[in-house]
Design a protein around this ligand. Structure first.
Ligand code: NAD
Length: 279
């Protein structure tokens, strides 16, 4: 996708962090935007912060883990702007505990938002984007955790590795169809956002996390510190992502050190070698 001016972007998880930065980037490239988030008030505050003219912005609250919410988001986006060219499946939640201390509800929440949210987005938007016959792009926010497994984040790692797999599958299918729609998967390492406090955005039906103690608490603290110390800002990530979309790049790894970790992982897999510990 090369042309952004007056095209339409849909961004989930747009109330803050990387989603808000993607919205800023889309607007700066002349796009009209549909901004969506579970957090309705946060979404309105984000829109005020962006300061874009009302005719270029649609706000639509949605919980991406709910199929019906994403269907309604697609209906609202097409009804308002008549087309969608860039779909940013970005909403996601972080969760850190020992694998044995993830409850069934913890798994359902993290997989529900991080994986099903992307799957719902693809299902409800992509056929309509394809039917329009115009160039477009799907940008799925996975994570470096989609490529290498860090201890203390079992559900998060599993959800993000599934998003990478979904994106790879989609890319192959769209290429086989000679589709005008491209796909990229965004895999940042730590970025200073609100992701360490994702519990704030946990829908009631997924319950609440049990308190973390011992090793689980240490992993949760480690994740918060790592997030806070991220060197690339959300705006850096968004700019890198848009530039990669222009170049048609599939894997987007804004932190170069992740490429080394990926090379090491796949060398270990190919050699059936013992995985290096990744604390
Ligand atoms: N921050 C990092 O270190 C980092 C690293 C790699 C990948 N990511 C990914 O980037 C994406 C954005 O996260 P972020 O870091 O900006 O975090 P963030 O918490 O700042 O923003 C996430 C947004 O998603 C929204 N959200 C949460 N659950 C939702 C749901 N069910 N439906 C709709 N919206 C929901 C939140 O309200 C929030 O506005 C996520 O997919 C995350 O996994 C983040």
């Amino acid at each position: 996708m090369h042309e952004f001016s007056d095209r339409v972007a849909v961004i989930t998880g747009a109330a803050g962090g990387i989603g808000l930065a993607l919205a800023r980037q889309a607007l700066s490239r002349g796009m009209r935007v549909v901004l969506s988030d579970l957090d309705d008030q946060g979404l309105r505050a984000a829109a005020r912060q962006l300061g874009a003219p009302a005719e270029r912005v649609l706000l639509h609250a949605a919980d991406v883990s709910r199929d019906a919410d994403v269907a309604a988001l697609a209906d609202a986006a097409f009804a308002r702007f008549g087309a969608v060219h860039l779909l940013c499946n970005n909403a996601g939640v972080g969760f850190s505990r020992l694998a044995t201390e993830h409850s069934a509800a913890d798994w359902e929440w993290v997989i529900g938002v991080n994986l099903f949210g992307v799957a719902h987005g693809v299902r409800h938007f992509l056929p309509r984007m394809q039917a329009a016959g115009e160039p477009g792009h799907v940008l799925n926010t996975a994570s470096a955790a989609g490529l290498v497994s860090t201890p203390g984040m079992a559900a998060y790692n599993a959800s993000k590795q599934a998003v990478v797999a979904l994106s790879e599958t989609l890319r192959a299918e769209l290429l086989a169809q000679q589709s005008a729609i491209g796909v990229s998967v965004l895999c940042p390492a730590w970025v200073p956002t609100g992701i360490h406090a994702s519990e704030r955005a946990r829908p009631q039906r997924f319950g609440v996390a049990g308190s973390a103690s011992g090793a689980s608490a240490a992993y949760a603290q480690g994740m918060e510190q790592a997030v806070r110390s991220g060197r690339l800002t959300p705006d850096d990530i968004a700019r890198i992502a848009f530039d990669a979309v222009v170049r048609g790049e599939f894997y987007i790894l804004p932190h170069r050190r992740i490429a080394q970790a990926v090379a090491q992982r796949f060398a270990e897999i190919a050699a059936a070698a013992e995985p290096a510990t990744n604390p």
